[in-house]
Design a protein around this ligand. Structure first.
Ligand SMILES: [Zn+2]
Ligand SMILES: [Zn+2]
Length: 152
């Protein structure tokens, strides 16, 4: 079954189409995702590069660490985060809140678990990383301050 989902920002000027299966649904607890979203955590779909189509004008905010947070300049809805990691891995990270039926796509990975709100109950079946996958354990010394930052 090929998944096909269409989402929009709050004002409808930006249209996003996901074609195919997400590589992962991620809940990010980092400070930048929380601030940008005005919320306690961010839910995103990690997609193969060629499985995302975005129509409409996005405004880019150059975040620290070489990443870009892209949003609708008219209504402020966060749409996409481009990072050194996504460029390297050939993925696109799209905000899940754009789409209907987010309850059908529960997170499988949690990033920046060290900043997880203490009142938030544990999610069932997620892999929780202190920062980003691949940066736990001995690599944790390469500290990141948010999910879009580059550790290298
Ligand atoms: Zn908009
Ligand atoms: Zn984040």
């Amino acid at each position: 079954m090929t998944m096909f989902r269409r989402g929009t920002c709050l004002c409808g000027r930006v249209d996003v189409t996901l074609e195919g299966e997400p590589l992962a649904i991620v809940a990010c607890h980092c400070a930048h995702c929380r601030t940008q979203g005005g919320t306690a955590l961010s839910l995103v779909a990690v997609m193969p590069q060629d499985a995302v189509r975005i129509a409409g004008a996005l405004t880019d905010y150059p975040d620290t660490g070489g990443s870009t947070r892209r949003f609708c300049g008219a209504c402020g809805t966060p749409v996409e985060t481009v990072s050194l990691g996504t460029r390297r891995e050939g993925t696109r990270v799209v905000k899940l809140g754009l789409f209907d039926g987010v309850d059908l796509l529960p997170p499988v990975v949690e990033t920046f678990g060290r900043e997880r709100a203490a009142w938030l109950p544990p999610f069932e079946g997620t892999a929780v990383f202190e920062t980003m996958p691949g940066l736990d354990g001995e690599e944790a010394g390469r500290d990141l301050d948010h999910c879009g930052a580059d550790a290298a």
